[in-house]
Ligand binder design. Structure first.
Ligand code: ZN
Length: 282
């Protein structure tokens, strides 16, 4: 007779999931697994609300917080930039083994964006809050725990106006090619912001880099890396150019557009015989 088999249950709804690999984890070394996005959100929502309240209170009490940047709290662009190019990251582990991460990014307009999240597999897995402030006191409050060492990310050089325009023009060209090749079943455009944090890793440590030619006869490059998100693997493809009008002497690489995809055919459309690099995986 068969024996009682190992069982796995969702932390939130307590429903059984068929196998361990169907549980989603948010925190490293945590026993909390979830059956899906809905349960993750339901489970963490009360904590989100508490952290938001305490953030509001902190800012109300603070003389230096002007409120001028409050409309940027939880703004998508701000969140993306905090994760793709943070200035500082802190992490704080409590006595029951839960670790919170604090990502800080100072913006030239004078405000600092702070994101509080959990990390899993070195990626932000659940974001509690993105708080924007111009108060040093508030920023210092969230410089809690241990400061993490950041690996130097690909520095994108400052661009001139004509260079920006050139890149914008290439962006629409590549976007047209992307739309032509994409399947409806692929990752939806609305979800793209959730993938932006894969760009620095793709640029710094690509699996493959190819040289391609666009319809205007200019060279461009595809930086490709495979990742896993919620148990499913996908390609992250960044299309880049080298310098303005593709100055071939330039070593600076400018990312033009980035696309996540689960489609092999789509990924293959950004490969060519001209391989610039390919990492050997063991
Ligand atoms: Zn559940």
């Amino acid at each position: 007779m068969k024996k009682f088999e190992k069982k796995y249950f969702c932390t939130n709804c307590r429903q059984q999931v068929p196998a361990l690999n169907e549980l989603y984890f948010i925190e490293e070394d945590s026993q909390r697994g979830f059956c899906g996005e809905m349960c993750i959100e339901k489970y963490y929502l009360p904590i989100v609300e508490q952290l938001e309240k305490s953030d509001e209170k902190l800012k109300q009490m603070d003389q230096l917080h002007s409120g001028d940047f409050d409309h940027l709290n939880n703004n998508n662009d701000v969140v993306e930039r905090i994760f793709s190019e943070p200035d500082e990251v802190f992490f704080q582990k409590n006595e029951v083994g839960e670790t919170l991460y604090f990502f800080h990014k100072k913006f030239p307009e004078g405000h600092t964006g702070i994101s509080i999240c959990h990390m899993y597999n070195h990626e932000p897995s659940f974001i509690y809050l993105c708080s924007v402030t111009d108060s040093k006191t508030v920023v210092d409050y969230y410089r809690a725990g241990t400061k993490a060492k950041l690996s130097k990310s690909a520095q994108v050089p400052e661009l001139k106006k004509e260079e920006m325009e050139y890149i914008e023009q290439k962006k629409s060209l590549y976007l047209a090619k992307i739309l032509e090749n994409r399947k409806d079943t692929d990752i939806s455009f609305e979800d793209f912001p959730f993938y932006q944090n894969y760009m620095p890793k793709t640029m710094n440590d690509p699996d493959e880099v190819y040289e391609l030619m666009d319809s205007e006869g200019d060279k461009f490059y595809s930086y490709i890396k495979t990742f896993e998100k919620e148990g499913e693997s996908f390609y992250f493809i960044t299309l880049c150019i080298k310098g303005l009008n593709n100055k071939q002497d330039s070593n600076e690489v400018y990312p033009v557009i980035a696309i996540p995809s689960t489609c092999v055919k789509f990924y293959k459309s950004f490969r060519s015989d001209s391989i610039i690099s390919r990492s050997i995986k063991n």
